[in-house]
Write a protein that binds this ligand. Structure first.
Ligand code: HEC
Length: 180
């Protein structure tokens, strides 16, 4: 990874308020309904995964279409049941954070049941519109961008490094005190 010593100072965290969109499947119950991609899975993937898993995003593959998700149905069930995906570092139960991206137990169960029951597509009419993503700064342009005199190659597991007299570190911040 080439790091051009780009330091973003005081970037404003633009929160995406979770839409809380209800999806039709009401869980494992008397109805024994098989979850489908169009009705139950796509709303979860579009809201919680697609922000990284879209062409050009941070994720290594896109999860915006049925064919892309179906190919990885079992892997999706595995990484979500372990809460490896979506990546979200703060411990649960220690306050809410702006932009929190954690799946509910029901959402995880839905993805697992979808994979187990054959990753059915369902009625394409029920499919929500796929989100669109704009390239570039996702939180808006930073207040200050400082360009390094020359590119610096940072190791994948890089911690803070010293470039000249400047300490450079990749960091993710969380804004506390947000209640939906
Ligand atoms: C913040 C960005 C981000 C979000 C949100 C995110 N992913 Fe990922 N995902 C990544 C990155 C980066 C990788 C590759 C590195 C890794 O495997 O840790 C990855 C890898 C994966 C893999 C491959 C894991 C492996 O073992 O090879 C799967 C499957 C996956 N993601 C599914 C999901 C699902 C399902 C969601 C939503 C519930 C999700 N991701 C949300 C960034 C993200």
């Amino acid at each position: 990874m080439i790091l051009r010593d780009v330091v973003a100072v005081g970037a404003v965290v633009a929160g995406v308020i979770a839409s809380g969109c209800g999806h039709g499947w009401s869980g494992f119950g008397a109805a024994e309904q098989t979850p489908t991609f169009a009705r139950d899975v796509a709303p979860i993937l579009f809201e919680h995964c697609a922000p990284c898993h879209h062409p050009g995003g941070a994720g290594p593959f896109s999860l915006l279409s049925y064919s892309e998700a179906r190919r990885r149905a079992r892997q999706i069930a595995k990484v979500t049941s372990r809460r490896y995906m979506p990546p979200w570092l703060p411990e649960p139960g220690r306050g809410r954070f702006l932009g929190e991206n954690r799946l509910s137990d029901l959402q995880i169960a839905t993805l697992g049941e979808w994979a187990r029951s054959g990753a059915v597509e369902g009625d394409p009419q029920r499919l929500p519109r796929a989100p669109a993503f704009t390239p570039g700064w996702q939180l808006g342009p930073p207040d200050l961008v400082i360009a390094a005199p020359e590119p610096y190659v940072l190791a994948a597991e890089g911690r803070a490094i010293l470039v000249g007299t400047r300490s450079v570190e990749a960091s993710e911040t969380f804004r506390v005190g947000w209640f939906p």
